[in-house]
Ligand binder design. Sequence first.
Ligand SMILES: [Zn+2]
Length: 225
Amino acid sequence: MACPLSATSFQGALASAASAEAAAEEVLNGAPTAYALCRPPGHHAGPERAGGFCLLNNSALAATVLRERFDKVAIIDVDLHHGNGTQDIFYHRSDVWTGSLHADPSDFYPFFWGGADEEGFDEGVGANVNLPLPVGSDGEVYLDALAVLVDHLQRYEPDAVVVALGLDAHKDDPLAGLTVETEAFIEVGKRLAALSLPMVIVQEGGYPTEHLSANLTAFMQGFMA
Ligand SMILES: [Zn+2]
């Protein structure tokens, strides 16, 4: 019920995935950064499961393309929701690190994943970091968590990064999980750009509000500054 389908859904999902793939190819070919405006989003899609408006995992696909040249790739997910599909795909691997900050899933989508105790399995132990935040947390809490997540990412020492850029943590987003102000996305952009690594930015969540375009603009302003 969290992933309705229509006759053209597969066509749309395929175009979205192709955008992420093209962005990753740009970075493989030497571009420092590329942004994929993916619709539908992808981070809830697992290897054999759709969910949360996601059919194909665009961020995971971008990471997979980057792995053709980069030994270690990190996916940092700043969407309001836990990136459970992405976690699932790489949970047993150490060559792709996954980290997510999100509204605490104990009473919030995706409900069954996203706990701080999920640290990876087998080869992947230590290559997954979850930072659940109390529902309703503001931009200060969100940015503090981002600092912790970035610190974990840097200790992994990736050669390239995928940003799963959800903008639905905003205070007016209809999914109403966190209360982040538009200005905070400037800071998110700045901090991720400061990693100075080859980077693919993949659009994840962000639902209709009058602030949605301003939130993306804020992120880009911070990133390009
Ligand atoms: Zn989301």
